[in-house]
Design a protein around this ligand. Structure first.
Ligand SMILES: Nc1ncnc2c1ncn2[C@@H]1O[C@H](COP(=O)(O)OP(=O)(O)OP(=O)(O)O)[C@@H](O)[C@H]1O
Ligand SMILES: [Mg+2]
Length: 372
C-alpha cells in the first residue's frame, strides 16, 4: 500500500494542500523554510500519530489555524485508484487528537502504524549509531512490532511489571516474598521480549550486512543484539547479584529495558571510529534492512521519508542507497533544495513515473517531471 492522495491542512506553514503522490519516487523540492519537512512531518503524523520534530503537537498546528488535519488514501493501483483505504489524523489547538482508519475512529497510534508503516531518515537518524541505547531499542521494537503482533501486548505487560518492581525497590522495607513474585514475572516477560527481539534481529542482520556491503564496500562491522543482561548468565542470577545496587539506585539494572544494539568496528564501538559518512551509510543500511524484512515477512511495504538526504550522504552513497531502496518497491518521499540534483538520482526507467512537488511558502504545486 502506498499513499495515492494526500490532503494536508494547517500543518506548520501549509494551510491547505492536495497531492497525488506516485507509487515509487516522490521528489519534494523548494527553498529553505518553504515547507518540505513539514510535508514529511504530516505524512509521519499519519503513520505514527506523533511528530518527529516535537512532542508538543500544538507547535505543528499552523499559527493562524485552530487545527491540523491530514488525510490520505492508501492504494495499490495506478493514478485512478480511488478505492484505497482512507486514513486520517486531526489535532485541535484545544488538545483533541483523533485518528481514523478506514472510516472508523481508532484510539492508538499503533493502529495507524499497522496501516501505514513509516521509516524516516533525517539528520537525527544518526543517533541510531551515535546516540543512547533508547534509539536502538526503538529501532528494534518498531520492527518487532510490525512483524510480530503479539509483541505489543508482551511489551506492555513487561513495562507494567518493570514499573511495579521499581516501585517496590523504593519501599523502606521490602517484603522478599513480594519481590520474588514480581521477579518471576519480570524474568518471564524479559525473556519473552528478548526472544521476540532476537528473532527479529536474526532476520535483519544478514540484510544489514548485505546492504551495507553494497553501500560501503569492505568495512567489516560487527553488529550484535545485547538482550539486557549478560549472555553467560541467567536473569535470575543477575537480579540477585544486582539487588544491593538496585536498592541504592531504586531501579532495576538488568532486564529487557536495558537491551541495546552493539555496533563495533575492529573491536571498538563504531561511534568512536566511523567517519560521519560511514555512520550515515550504516544508518541507511539499517533502515533499508528494516523495510526489506517487513516486506519479506509480512509482504508489506513501508513508506520511506528521506529528509534532505543529500546533506547527509555523498553522491555515490546517495545513488546506491536510492537503488537499494528502489529494489524494495517501497514508496519514497525525498526532499531537497535542488530539483535537478534530486531528479538526477532517479533511474531513467522510472523518470516518467515520479511525483514532483514544488513547495513555495507553504503552497505545494505538483509538476510534470522533466524528462532528460
Ligand atoms: N506552527 C507554525 N505555523 C506557521 N508556520 C510555521 C509553524 N511552525 C513552523 N513554521 C514555519 O514553517 C516553515 C517551513 O518549515 P520547514 O521546516 O518545513 O521548511 P523546509 O522547507 O524543510 O526548510 P529547510 O530546507 O530549511 O529544511 C518555516 O518557515 C517555519 O518557520
Ligand atoms: Mg527541512
Amino acid at each position: 500500500m502506498y499513499v495515492t492522495r494526500l490532503d494536508v491542512q494547517g500543518v506548520r506553514n501549509i494551510h491547505k494542500s492536495l497531492l497525488y503522490p506516485k507509487a515509487r519516487i516522490n521528489i519534494i523540492y523548494g527553498e529553505n523554510g518553504s515547507g518540505k519537512t513539514s510535508l514529511l512531518e504530516a505524512i509521519y503524523l499519519l503513520g505514527r500519530g506523533r511528530s518527529f520534530r516535537t512532542t508538543n503537537l500544538k507547535a505543528v498546528i499552523n499559527r493562524a489555524s485552530d487545527a491540523c488535519t491530514i488525510f490520505a488514501l492508501l492504494g495499490n493501483g495506478g493514478t485512478d485508484d480511488i478505492s484505497g483505504v482512507p486514513i486520517g489524523v486531526s489535532r485541535t489547538s484545544g488538545g483533541g487528537f483523533h485518528f481514523k482508519v478506514a472510516g472508523r475512529q481508532v484510539y492508538t497510534s499503533s493502529q495507524l502504524a499497522e496501516t501505514l508503516p513509516i521509516v524516516l531518515m533525517n539528520s537525527d537518524s544518526l543517533a541510531l549509531v551515535e546516540g543512547g541505547p533508547g534509539h536502538r531499542r526503538r529501532f528494534i521494537d518498531w520492527g518487532v512490532f510490525h512483524v510480530e503482533h503479539s509483541f505489543r501486548e508482551t511489551w506492555r505487560k513487561y513495562q507494567r511489571c518493570h514499573k511495579q518492581r521499581n516501585k517496590l525497590l523504593r519501599h523502606d522495607k521490602i517484603s522478599m516474598a513480594e519481590l520474588d513474585v514480581w521477579d518471576r514475572e519480570f524474568i518471564s516477560l524479559s525473556t519473552q521480549v528478548a526472544e521476540c527481539r532476537q528473532q527479529y534481529f536474526d532476520k535483519v542482520l544478514p540484510e544489514f550486512h548485505s546492504i551495507f556491503k553494497s553501500l560501503n564496500g569492505s568495512l567489516d562491522l560487527d553488529l550484535r543484539l545485547f538482550r539486557g543482561w549478560a549472555e553467560d548468565s541467567s536473569l535470575s542470577k543477575e537480579l540477585k547479584k544486582s539487588y544491593q545496587r538496585d536498592r541504592v539506585s531504586k531501579t532495576t539494572n538488568s532486564g529487557a529495558h536495558r537491551a541495546d544494539l552493539k555496533l563495533k568496528y575492529e573491536g571498538r564501538p563504531a561511534s568512536e571510529v566511523l567517519s560521519r559518512g560511514q555512520t550515515k551509510a550504516v544508518v541507511l543500511a539499517m533502515l533499508i534492512a528494516q523495510g526489506r524484512v517487513l516486506h519479506r515477512v509480512r509482504n508489506k511495504d513501508c513508506v520511506y521519508l528521506l529528509d534532505d538526504l543529500a546533506a547527509e550522504l555523498d553522491r555515490a552513497h546517495l545513488s546506491r542507497g536510492m537503488e537499494l531502496l528502489l529494489e524494495q518497491k517501497a514508496q519514497i518521499f525525498i526532499t531537497g533544495t535542488s530539483k535537478d540534483a534530486l531528479q538526477a538520482l532517479v533511474p531513467k526507467s522510472l523518470a516518467r513515473g515520479i511525483g514532483l512537488f514544488h513547495v513555495k511558502q507553504g503552497v505545494v504545486d505538483q509538476e510534470e517531471p522533466d524528462l532528460i
